[in-house]
Write a protein that binds this ligand. Sequence first.
Ligand code: ADP
Length: 382
Amino acid sequence: MTQTATHMSHAPVSILILEDGEIDREMYRRLLKKNADIDFQVTESTSYLEATKLLQDHRAFDCYVVDYQLPDADGMAFVREILSRGDGRVSPAIVMVTGQGSEEVAVEALKLGVSDYLTKKRISEGEFVQPLKNAIEKARLRTELRHYREALERSYKDMSDFAHTASHDLKAPLRRIAAYCDMLQEDAASRLNDDDKGILDRMSTNARRMQQLIDKLLAYSKITTQQEDRQEVDLNNLVRDVIEECAQEGAADKIVAGDLPKAHAYPEKIRQVIINLVGNAQKYRDPSRPLEVHIDGMDVTDHILMSVADNGIGIAPEYHQAIFQDFKRLHTQDDIEGTGLGLTICRKIVQMHGGDIWVESEPGKGSTFYFTLPHRRNGNSG
Ligand code: ADP
């Protein structure tokens, strides 16, 4: 084992070269020395066993150049050794080198986690330092990406924990207020005048509304924090379940679905969208006629188009966009209860699938909500 170092102003890059051929090592040394802008601190090794011992004794290296054919093992075994030692948080830059080059070996090496694959012929033509620099940069970016992903997951979890705790802590005193209101209404009814009873009524109504608002806010926070696998979803089954649930709440309502396509989606979240849209159709019904809701869907070239149509009170054109904003309501609480978050949740969910949501509606006639989802053929998107 020999160690050489050049002194440059940039941070040094430690590199382990595992190569049994003296002439090849000499070539690598020469090419690295010619490089002007990186201070490569080179450690050389000639066998799998020696290099493995170096890994045991030494800290990890920034970059590895590994010959595929070694006297005591193949280079792939050493790559596995490198990868098994890391904690998976830092990606090492590994370049595999072979005599002749084989497509099979190249594929196997890249699959294993090697950054690049070079033949000795290419190296002898001077192609060595740039691939090493690329491999180092690629490894650095991969490491950075992993750190960002971990930080994002941590912050999602923190947010989710916070929302849970906050909703729990807010709901507990509210439940107590509602319970005290009930107690007063029952026990002190004879001592209260009509005004007092009215005030008590409003207190318990507001406590209940606050509970609904907290539930909706929690549902809103779960859109991005709740983990669920994206998968092929048969919308027929999903919509049938929702219809059964909603039909129990409005027994006389006619809620029907056409033949629906499959989507590549988060099933629980799409369920939430359908529940919110059907729930709104029931809530904003026209009292002068029985409610009819039609759920349809079709495959369009590169996405799925879903629609939920009702014959309810409809929405004036100037509100067709505003209703998707946070807390936007067109009715007072005394008129029709709500939080103004139902459509916001729908919009968020559809957007996280890469889709769009909009409404077409005429006051007095009804509304049709449309949304798009990725097609099952785009299965790997997102
Ligand atoms: P919420 O129902 O809690 O008020 P949403 O975000 O679900 O909140 O809806 C926002 C507003 O859009 C509602 O207040 C209502 O005025 C209008 N809206 C939603 N769906 C319908 C519908 N199917 N028919 C008529 N108006 C609707």
